[in-house]
Design a protein around this ligand. Structure first.
Ligand code: MV4
Length: 498
């Protein structure tokens, strides 16, 4: 087993990995930028090294500094977390060449899956259903129109090196093709350094279902069921859950077999996720593979009992998987809410500044993966994810009730968060009955925001009365002011009395 792991990340995921290292008795080495000198991950790690300025290119995305440091401090392995270098084949190759273990897949797997036309070709040859469309880049407008007509409009143009929603364009009629093709090509070249684009049939109102897989370096492959991540806004996931309420036992058998085949097709090892679109008939199509640990991995951990980060570390160290497919069963239901520093009432503008009060929920079935605390600064430099609130219960409704309860206990002041917005999603009929698809947030935005604002004013007035009574009861003669927070109708209000 490893002696020391360098964690090439920050925030909640760095903290998550440090915790796994501690439980495994492995030394953890954090890196931190100028913006993270006093951050939780910097303080929790056994060792912490300053790596550069706040801007990521100088610190968390500085390949040479990170690899040189790993050698200098004699780290046996590097865990990349998600984002930053996690899916960068060039970084992984350099780590491999230095004789350091990368806690993730091989650079080859990452490279193959990074190219979407290559990935689609590979999936097709291994019997994994792909969205109808081309498996080669389109070479001319004429050929493209011909393909699109065969596939049937509407179609999507996608960048071969894109992913995560970047570089996509919808085309509904042949006469839109030429302009869209040239624009998509131009953007792809600019964004990914490769102008290759391909065509897929546009799937109407799908759900986003993904399958967690995990494999060791000895050819053992296990899936850990599916997650549903349809509640998203502009490709940023907001709520994820496992299992999906839409997936029945038969569909689950099919989609997990497909996912294992996808992983085997690229000789995958370590943890990975196969992203699928599922239409209203429960037909599913491979979209892309995420060759990393994902933000939403905790919901899978809670329903499977498997610690994905510990397994990742063991796999990288060359161990066999500690369980087989027959050992894993779905146990209950888990939901994750992403707590973002942002302002839903102001077009979800990221909210920066210092966190003042920070009180986390607790109690039965509640897990928080966080990286911040009172006094932490949320800066413009990085992702505005503050914490992930994950609730488990025996069934979906129990998990929703528990999430409502836990959100009502969460109190963050000093910056804006999306907590109220999450509360309105959880109360929405479509969320509760499971009939939402990837368009849910966008199409229900007005009602989600309105419910919020109406209630907020009433609650504030009520909070003021409760607060006034509290102050009155606690009043002592030498105290001429009082600032505090109180919770009314599951909402926190901050008040002061002079
Ligand atoms: C699609 C699609 C509909 N039809 N492909 C967006 C992210 C990238 N991974 C692929 N994406 C999509 N591809 C076809 N053929 C709709 C989306 C899509 C989406 C997919 C998953 C989760 C959220 C999404 C939001 C908008 C569009």
């Amino acid at each position: 087993m490893f002696n020391k792991i360098l964690i090439a990340n920050r925030g909640e995921i760095a903290v998550r990995i440090i915790r796994a290292c501690k439980e495994l008795g492995i030394k953890s080495a954090a890196i931190y930028s100028a913006a993270d000198k006093t951050s939780l991950h910097t303080r929790l790690a056994d060792e912490a090294y300053f790596i550069g300025e706040a801007i990521a290119s100088e610190s968390y995305l500085n390949k040479n500094k990170i690899i040189d440091l790993a050698k200098k401090i004699k780290a046996d392995a590097i865990h990349p977390g998600y984002g930053f270098f996690s899916e960068n084949a060039d970084f992984i190759k350099s780590v491999e060449e230095e004789g350091i273990e990368f806690i993730g897949p091989s650079s080859n797997s990452v490279k193959i899956m990074g190219n979407k036309t290559e990935a689609r070709k590979l999936m097709k040859h291994h019997g994994v259903p792909i969205v109808p469309g081309t498996i080669h880049p389109v070479i001319s407008v004429e050929e493209g129109i011909k393909s699109a007509e065969e596939i049937g409009f509407p179609v999507l143009l996608k960048a071969a090196e894109g992913g995560g929603g970047k570089g996509m364009r919808k085309i509904s009629f042949a006469n839109e093709f030429e302009n869209a093709y040239e624009a998509t090509q131009r953007e792809a070249l600019k964004a990914f350094g490769c102008g290759d684009i391909y065509i897929e049939k546009f799937i109407e109102h799908p759900k986003h279902i993904e399958v967690q897989i995990i494999a060791d370096k000895h050819g053992n492959y296990v899936h850990l069921f599916e997650r549903e991540c349809s509640v998203q806004r502009r490709h940023q996931k907001i709520i994820e859950e496992a299992p999906s309420s839409f997936v029945d036992e038969e569909t689950r058998n099919e989609i997990t077999v497909a996912a294992i085949n996808a992983a085997k097709a690229c000789n995958y090892y370590n943890a990975g996720t196969i992203e699928m679109l599922m239409d209203k008939n429960k037909d599913f199509y491979f979209l892309e593979m995420n060759t990393r640990l994902q933000v939403e991995h905790p919901v899978t951990e809670l329903i499977s009992g498997i610690d994905l980060v510990k397994e990742q570390i063991a796999i990288a160290a060359g161990e066999n998987l500690s369980f087989s497919q027959k050992d894993v069963k779905i146990h209950g239901h888990a939901i994750e809410c992403r707590i973002y520093a942002e302002d839903p009432d102001n077009n979800f503008l990221p909210s920066t500044g210092i966190i003042n009060e920070y009180t986390q929920p607790n109690g039965p079935g509640v897990r928080i993966d966080g990286g911040f605390e009172g006094g932490s600064e949320i800066s413009i430099y990085y992702d505005p994810l503050i914490a992930k609130l994950v609730c488990w219960s025996n069934d979906r409704i129990g998990a929703i009730n528990r999430m409502n309860r836990a959100l009502s206990e969460f109190h963050i002041s000093g910056i804006n968060t999306n907590i109220s917005f999450l509360q309105s999603i959880l109360k929405h009929k479509k969320f509760k009955d499971g009939t939402f698809d990837i368009n849910f947030i966008e199409s229900e935005m007005d009602s989600l925001l309105a419910v919020e604002n109406q209630k907020e004013n009433k609650d504030l007035i009520e909070a003021a009365f409760i607060f006034a009574a509290l102050v009155k009861n606690n009043h002592n003669s030498n105290h001429n002011g009082y600032t505090g927070s109180c919770s009314v109708n599951n909402k926190w209000a901050e008040l002061s009395y002079e």
